[in-house]
Design a protein around this ligand. Structure first.
Ligand SMILES: Cc1cc2nc3c(=O)[nH]c(=O)nc-3n(C[C@H](O)[C@H](O)[C@H](O)COP(=O)(O)O)c2cc1C
Length: 173
């Protein structure tokens, strides 16, 4: 897809079909995340976890819904990428790096005709939580990794149409 088209199709989509994403497409989004820049080339302190296990996704949702009283933070998406930092990552740029990695994945999802949304809400709740998470240990991640940001991905429930890029951020020049 032409990059201009990716930009005009990109948006946060929160309604997905109940349909698995093929491994070939997951690999392309992983690769997009891996191709991100990271401040001071601190690549070894970041990782991407791929969650497709529906039991884990359900307990992630249930745990967060209990805290917020609101709906599923990842909107029943069949696939969630967790962007993680590792102990020792340079403090001042963790969120920046996680955001950039997520954006690469979000744009690649758009490029592949998929729907996606970057999500911080349940990560924030996870960070503020006193007790251990019920679902995170089930992912069997190596020690020392911490979720920083997420991208929920699925097939769009309705067709995504191109929209002109509206000027929503002031620009001074
Ligand atoms: C740092 C960041 C955190 C976000 N967190 C959430 C979130 O927790 N839940 C959600 O539904 N959308 C989240 N979004 C998506 C924004 O709400 C969305 O990008 C914004 O409303 C603009 O809409 P658009 O992406 O369709 O242009 C997040 C986006 C960013 C960049």
């Amino acid at each position: 897809m032409d990059f201009e088209q990716v930009l005009s199709l990109r948006r946060s989509v929160r309604q997905f079909q109940n349909k698995e994403i093929p491994e070939t497409l997951i690999n392309k989004m992983v690769r997009a995340g891996e191709c991100s820049p990271v401040g001071k080339a601190d690549f070894s302190h970041y990782a991407i976890a791929v969650i497709t296990d529906s039991d884990i996704l359900s307990s992630l949702a249930a745990e967060d819904e209990k805290i917020t009283g609101r709906g599923n933070p990842v909107f029943d998406a069949p696939l969630v990428f967790l962007i993680m930092s590792r102990d020792g990552a340079l403090d001042d740029s963790i969120k920046l790096n996680a955001g950039i990695i997520a954006e690469n994945i979000h744009l690649e999802a758009t490029n592949l005709g998929l729907a996606s949304v970057c999500v911080y809400s349940f990560i924030r709740n996870l960070k503020n939580r006193k007790e251990d998470s019920s679902w995170l240990p089930r992912m069997d991640l190596p020690k020392g990794y911490h979720p920083e940001f997420a991208v929920a991905v699925g097939y769009p429930a309705t067709e995504i149409k191109e929209r002109p890029c509206r000027a929503r951020i002031p620009v001074f020049r």
